[in-house]
Design a protein around this ligand. Structure first.
Ligand code: AQP
Length: 334
């Protein structure tokens, strides 16, 4: 039986954090052998908010190093940069022409992000159409993402179904979001009611960044906001969201079930011990990734070579798909 196709992406916007790792990258790496994988550094998506060009260039290579350091294997997965494969931008235009505006205006992420900006770029509204193309042009069955991206994958399904219905075809595979059972929504350490986020990661105490050194990680966990009590327990009480988030991180990092997690804290003396032990397991997990990332960054030419190989393969899959889409829509393909 042929392997299921997987597509997922990550923006090269720096500040890659524990949420990105536990909610997405770790799961991509873990299931590579079972699937046919396409993992994309979605630089076009990052342009939907203003970027510094030099930083974006640096972060694109850094993300390539990060994905490799996290265990993505170019022999098992096609790893590439979105803008190196023209089918994404070209096909996005075609999908724009069948996507109702109202579908985009009701996206939660668009509403949240646009509310925080004085001038909203058209690309921010269109982001989910570009993402739908990313997925659909590879006939991906599965899209492993964190909880925050579920709505966008559902929109990709809607767009695929609308195209198939309009042109009376089964051209597009209808993709499924794959949300991990643990780590799907890591919350901010400074405010456990908001998700840990790259765009907030420069704020002290908000995020654990994968490239933070052990001292910074320990310091950030020690500052984590908790409540005035001392009970270490999983809870859905909003008052206890901070402790719940720390236990959730510990659970995701160690892979233990809730009973085993609580047993590990049976002798803890308050939240200070909880924070210290969560920091320790996180440091142990992230240190080899940081070291490998830094090692790989010493050879940018090799990173560029690997991304070029990935892009070549990605093009061979997505460009024929976009050409077929153009034919279905009545365009003359030379
Ligand atoms: N806090 C999180 N917990 C679990 N998974 C998360 N992801 C993001 N944040 C969390 C997942 O990481 C993957 C790549 O994300 P992205 O590069 O598309 O970034 P994003 O969704 O924009 O996340 P940021 O960068 O943290 O958010 P903002 O833009 O708010 O600054 C995705 O699979 C995502 O689900």
């Amino acid at each position: 039986m042929s392997k299921k196709r997987v597509f997922s992406g990550i923006q090269p916007t720096g500040n890659t954090h524990l949420g990105n790792y536990l909610g997405a990258i770790r799961n991509w790496a873990a299931r590579q052998a079972e699937k046919e994988n396409y993992f994309c550094i979605v630089d076009l998506h990052s342009l939907t908010v203003p970027q510094n060009p030099d930083e974006l260039r640096y972060e694109t290579r850094s993300m390539a190093a990060m994905l490799l350091a996290c265990g993505l294997d170019p022999n098992q997965s096609t790893i590439f940069v979105q803008s190196h494969v023209q089918a994404h931008a070209e096909g996005c235009w075609l999908l724009n022409c069948i996507t109702p505006l109202g579908w985009l205006q009701r996206m939660t992420q668009y509403k949240d992000k646009s509310a925080k900006q004085e001038s909203v770029l058209t690309g921010l509204l269109d982001y989910p159409v570009l993402m739908a193309g990313d997925i659909l042009f590879y006939d991906a069955h599965e899209v492993p993402v964190g909880e925050d991206q579920k709505q966008h994958v559902e929109l990709a399904r809607d767009i695929a179904q609308r195209f198939n219905a309009l042109y009376e075809t089964e051209f597009f595979v209808i993709p499924q979001p794959i949300i991990p059972a643990v780590g799907a929504r890591v919350m901010g350490l400074d405010d456990a009611t908001a998700k840990m986020s790259k765009s907030q990661a420069d704020k002290r105490g908000h995020a654990i960044r994968i490239l933070d050194d052990p001292k910074e990680i320990m310091h950030s966990f020690k500052r984590a906001v908790t409540d005035s009590g001392n009970e270490i327990a999983f809870s859905s009480d909003p008052e206890k969201a901070g402790v719940n988030n720390l236990l959730g991180i510990y659970k995701a990092v160690t892979g233990k079930d809730e009973t085993a997690v609580l047993a590990d804290f049976a002798d803890a003396r308050g939240y200070g011990d909880l924070k210290k032990r969560v920091a320790e397991v996180t440091i142990e997990m992230l240190t080899p990734i940081r070291e490998r990332h830094d090692y790989l960054m010493q050879d940018p030419a090799e990173l560029d070579r690997l991304m070029a190989v990935g892009a070549q393969h990605a093009r061979s899959v997505s460009q024929p798909k976009v050409d077929d889409m153009k034919r279905i829509m009545g365009l003359v393909v030379p």
